[in-house]
Design a protein around this ligand. Sequence first.
Ligand code: SF4
Length: 455
Amino acid sequence: MWNMHVSSAHMLASLVSGRMSPFMSSNSSLSLGRVVGPGLMRVGFASSSASASSSASASASSASAASAQPAVAEENDDVQSSSSSSSVNTHVMMQTQQLQLRNSSEPSSSSSPLAVRNDWNIDEVREILARPVLDLVFDASRVHREHFPANQVQKCTLLSVKTGGCPETCGYCSQSSSWSKDTKMKATPLMDLDGVLEAAKRAKEAGSTRFCMGAAWRGPSQVGPRQWNRVLSMVSEVRSMGMEVCATLGMLEGDQATQLKDAGLTAYNHNIDTSREHYPNVTSSRSFDDRLETIKMARDAGLSVCTGGILGLGEDPHVDRASFLHTLATMETHPESVPVNSLVAVPGTPLGKLAAAKAAKGEGASAGVPPLDLVRVIAAARILMPRTTLRLSAGRSSLSRGEQALAFLAGANSIFTGDTLLTTPNVAEDDDTAMFRELGLQGKPPFQGAYKAFE
Ligand code: SF4
């Protein structure tokens, strides 16, 4: 289920050694785009080295993802595929007079020239991620403003409707029963309907337009029909309040996804967490492919997909994060929503214990994910998935207002409000109100966005 209750730490020691450096080779050159309309440029990043040599896994992914994304294609019939042109070196076109920065608070019309690609190869992703951070943020911001209102940030609220006692073994999570003696997390029963509706009402009054419900289950199959029907009622009732409704309930069967869709669910969250390569170091109770299978179930049922990950799980900051982004950006249809979390190391969890041990040795692991790492990943995600809502999620409470502003500039356009994110602390509501005022941000109405699939 959702990993925002992100809390802990383990397996930093499992960093894969000997992986290739993601930094650009000296002969690579980033192709920043090509002019496709009056004064506008398409952002497409490629390098001479990258175009010549994609990895085998990247090739496989690219092949499987070569088809256009239906939801996007409908809105972008006039957009040419940029994949065939990505090797065009357009440094020259980057020059000033052909670049028109968009200062409007409105996104461009449906004739946006920016292509949405799902055929990125892993070398391209690595090179984007390794760019100087100011260049990256600059380009990401431009992409963002082509697809979204510049100052619009959606407020979402996440409620744990069933906490603790989870049979899964996610090393960052305080809710696993495997280490509940250490975390002191007590399992609670599924909330009653009235309690959930009261929470949703409060969230709506506070400006949230999306309400997410999380249950610490391996999946709905582990519960009986009474609890399942109560969850379906929660979905229906919250939806009738006029909010987008998201759920994160673990692994789905096809018929469960269909029932959720029929009940009015907008989106299903199921994070891939990290790279395929690093995933076995994060949990042992399920595989990366299990995650992808549930995402497919949700997609096949017509649900909008929300899937992202957590930074700070002991992954290689270049290789694993590039692989993580590559998986998302080469999905046949990009996820409509990608939460980006920073690990909140909860004492008693495997990752929490590891962070504490490192801190005791003076290795600084307790400092968490550097804010600019987070900004870098958000900016890369914005460039790779221009129409996706990027949600600045767990770990936000450790960011200054200025760091959050940089994340918004890089393309983040959603936050989670409320005092807690499942089981970890969050920014106080008053602070968010003040931040919106200071930065001139506006909330996003429900059921609006670059993708229409979730309506
Ligand atoms: S342990 Fe359970 S509740 Fe925690 S992230 Fe994993 S699946 Fe979700």
